[in-house]
Design a protein around this ligand. Structure first.
Ligand SMILES: CC(C)(COP(=O)(O)OP(=O)(O)OC[C@H]1O[C@@H](n2cnc3c(N)ncnc32)[C@H](O)[C@@H]1OP(=O)(O)O)[C@@H](O)C(=O)NCCC(=O)NCCS
Length: 167
């Protein structure tokens, strides 16, 4: 693909992704509950899928925002992760990942967690590369696009505050 085609704006739905995992004993603590770290790993992978699909580039994770685990997930449950690119800046993009747990025995489906991750597109040598614009089409996509702009400002302010403290 030539450089011009690589930067053609794309819709959100073009890169929306879904990943599913069955929770196995190796994913859980001794009480049979999914480990938070394992879920964070899956969230990172699900987010990267949408970022790769949108940018058609390698990506690295620059940051993961605050995470809450709202309900426990048990061995045998089915975890569904849905990801979509909320907004693109220059070389970075914010991806939202929403996690659900399904229990097929009792036919339940609950929201487990939502995360916002920032990925930076890089070439083989690790240099930052530009990412095509994203075109939000639905009202929900436009809301996420606007919110992502506000979150970027908050992240930058917080990063600068921490850098000052660490100097
Ligand atoms: C993320 C990384 C590429 C940023 O590199 P950098 O030289 O600091 O880049 P810049 O300051 O020029 O920022 C590049 C882009 O990343 C964004 N960015 C940098 N740090 C960020 C952070 N902590 N959170 C969100 N976005 C961030 C910038 O806003 C900028 O976005 P834009 O190009 O869309 O405007 C670099 O810090 C890195 O390689 N980190 C390690 C990534 C990694 O290995 N992740 C796996 C987990 S260990």
């Amino acid at each position: 693909m030539n450089e011009k085609d690589l930067l053609t704006p794309r819709s959100v739905r073009d890169s929306q992704s879904e990943m599913a995992e069955i929770v196995l004993p190796n994913d859980a603590n001794p009480l049979g509950a999914l480990l938070g770290g394992r879920l964070m790993h899956w969230i990172d992978l699900a987010g990267a899928m949408a970022a790769h699909r949108h940018s058609r580039q390698y990506v690295v994770t620059a940051s993961i925002d605050h995470l809450d685990f709202l309900v426990p997930v048990r061995v045998g449950d089915l975890v569904i992760l849905r990801s979509s690119v909320n907004r693109v800046f220059r070389s970075s993009m914010e991806v939202g990942v929403k996690v659900w747990v399904e229990n097929y025995l009792v036919d339940s489906c609950q929201h487990v967690s939502s995360a916002h991750l920032t990925y930076v597109a890089v070439d083989r040598a690790g240099n930052k590369v530009p990412v095509p614009a994203i075109v939000p089409e639905t009202e929900e996509e436009r809301r996420r696009y606007d919110d992502a702009g506000r979150r970027r400002d908050l992240r930058r302010t917080e990063r600068e505050r921490r850098q000052k403290i660490m100097r």
